[in-house]
Write a protein that binds this ligand. Structure first.
Ligand code: ATP
Ligand code: MG
Length: 553
């Protein structure tokens, strides 16, 4: 029997092993992690991976995980993102112990900068940005000392005070660590610790015009909060040297350990807030929460469940290997979750009228169908068969097509849950488009099961009695290449068919059950009722994902 890859037993990942070892060796008593988003955009599915790790480790080993807003760049940040981030985290089911803001520690971080200056381990540089870059050297060439590197401690203290009091213009001075311009690790070539920005901060308002850089503030925040394991993505591997250098030299008692894992890369997607924000600004999507976006808000609006996202994070695992995850995996996770508890019903996305000519005008037959084949508690739906019904345009063909298992003129097909019908005539409109298909049904033969005529296939339908108008938003991948993130100009690879809107019908009876908001429309996929539009005359359904078994076209 083929093994189901979705049923693998989870083993400890390399970070869980490290944590376990650290606990055994009494390197720490309690585990403390943090999830440190910068409030400069919406969270995306890559952040879900990070949360899954940070909150997951804390939970597994009875520790705590705090939420920390890493808000050191007011030029890019916005307090609106803070509320969204909090609600996304809650929606996914994670619980933080405390909320911190790096900005709450600006005074302390500033004091640590003074300590480094006093230890002659930091200096104010007045080289231009370009010159700092030039002096830094390359991987092949060592860097060069800045002419400002040998200022005295007193001079540096005065200059830093001047930076703080707004004496210098933006970019004309910065505070740098004094480490080693010849270090083989570029990050250690006198990295910048503080820069000037005359920007009002969403938390500290106009109090500061100098702001610490990520590398300086992150390790200090970790240490001050009591983080034991500072987990981050691989691009910070080299920064670990600086992380440890700073904690060593500010003589921090608490020394968190930084460990890196590979970031999530997803096929047909980009997971960089900077690039995602371009899609929003250029109005390629309707916003950060557009159902095509890989953001948590987008996925939620599309109809993904917290369960499916958690499951996805579990399956992708945590390693140090950089690779791309197939979009299929994410789609399988949501199918898997919805399959268990989603009501099934028939809906028609591209309606085509069908008249059963040998049925009387007043014929009405109620058919009762359980909403779910296994979950009887979900109840039973009633559908009606009558003379006028609607099928999907793609389920009818005037001419035979090899392998086509649907209705063809002159041939038979079975209506799901009902009779076999035969198409005998078509009516076209003035544009020569098929307007109506005339059929006959074969009731008698069907009653005698032995004699059932062979039919071509089974198709779904809704009778005129049951229809309720609906718009279907058919979402697809937003990029038409597998690795848009690797493309120089990713905007050239937008899939302009990533949203197709169709006007069709749902079965009105399903609306009686107010508990349902996600449906499996048979043969079409899983759909989510767009809640904002619930009161308008036409309901909107987002296609979350198609069904695995797609009918071949
Ligand atoms: P982006 O590149 O999208 O702007 P970021 O790293 O700047 O991401 P932060 O808000 O700083 O975004 O991220 C918070 C945490 O989430 C960090 O610890 C970061 O390493 C982690 N993270 C961000 N993107 C991913 C990803 N794609 N996969 C796994 N973890 C991620
Ligand atoms: Mg970041």
């Amino acid at each position: 029997m083929k093994k189901n890859p979705l049923k693998k037993k989870p083993r400890l990942n390399f970070i869980q092993k490290i944590v376990l070892q650290d606990l055994k060796n009494k390197k720490c008593n309690n585990i403390q992690t943090r999830f440190p988003p910068e409030p400069n955009g919406f969270l995306h599915i890559g952040h879900a991976k990070s949360m899954h790790l940070n909150f997951g480790i804390a939970k597994k080993y009875n520790g705590i995980c705090n939420l920390r807003f890493d808000d050191t760049n007011p030029k890019k940040e916005n307090s609106q993102y803070i509320d969204i981030i909090k609600s996304n985290i809650k929606w996914l089911g994670f619980k933080w112990k405390k909320i911190y803001f790096t900005s709450q520690k600006f005074e302390k971080i500033y004091q640590y900068a003074l300590i480094l200056i006093k230890k002659n381990l930091a200096y104010v540089d007045q080289l231009s940005k370009d010159d700092i870059k030039k002096y830094r050297g390359t991987l092949q060439q060592p860097g060069k000392n800045s002419p400002f590197r040998n200022q005295t401690i007193e001079e540096n203290l005065i200059l830093f005070e001047k930076m703080k009091s707004g004496h210098f213009s933006e970019g004309s001075a910065c505070l740098r660590a004094k480490i080693d311009m010849k270090s083989p690790f570029i990050i250690m070539r006198d990295p910048v610790l503080y820069r000037i920005m005359f920007v009002k901060h969403h938390q500290t308002k106009k109090k500061w015009c100098i702001y610490p850089l990520y590398d300086f503030s992150h390790c200090i925040s970790d240490a001050l909060e009591g983080v034991t394991h500072s987990l981050c993505t691989l691009e910070f591997q080299e920064n670990r040297k600086l992380y440890n250098w700073i904690l060593e030299n500010i003589e921090s008692i608490n020394k968190p350990m930084q460990y890196e894992y590979s970031r999530l890369n997803l096929e047909y997607s980009i997971l960089s807030k900077r690039k995602l924000s371009v899609l929003v600004q250029k109005k390629i999507v309707s916003g950060w929460d557009d159902p095509r976006m890989p953001t948590i808000s987008g996925l939620k609006k599309r109809g993904f469940t917290p369960n499916s996202i958690q499951d996805f994070c579990r399956r992708i695992g945590f390693t140090k290997k950089e690779h791309y995850i197939e979009l299929d995996l994410l789609e399988n996770c949501i199918r898997n979750d919805l399959n268990k508890n989603t009501p099934r019903t028939m809906a028609i996305i591209n309606p085509l009228k069908l008249i059963i000519s040998n049925m009387s005008e007043d014929y009405k037959e109620n058919i009762f169908i359980p909403y779910h084949p296994k979950e009887s508690s979900m109840g039973i739906n009633r559908i009606t068969l009558s003379k006028e019904i609607y099928i999907d345009q793609s389920d009818f063909s005037e001419n035979s097509i090899p392998g086509y298992k649907r209705l063809v003129l002159g041939k038979t097909v079975k209506l799901r849950y009902s009779f076999v019908i035969k198409a005998i005539e078509i009516k076209k409109d003035k544009n020569k488009k098929i307007d109506t298909v005339i059929c006959i049904y074969k009731k008698n033969k069907l009653q005698n099961k032995e004699k059932v005529e062979k039919f071509n296939g089974i198709i779904h339908w809704i009778s005129k009695e049951d229809i309720f108008p609906a718009k279907f938003f058919l979402y697809d991948r937003i990029f038409n290449v597998k690795f848009p993130e690797l493309k120089k100009d990713f905007l050239n690879y937008i899939n302009n068919k990533s949203l197709i809107i169709k006007n069709g019908f749902i079965n009105k009876n399903i609306l009686k059950n107010k508990n349902f908001n996600t449906y499996q429309f048979e043969r079409e996929g899983y759909f989510f009722l767009n809640e904002n539009k619930i009161n308008s005359k036409k309901l909107i359904f987002n296609r979350i994902v198609s069904l695995k078994k797609k009918w071949k076209k």
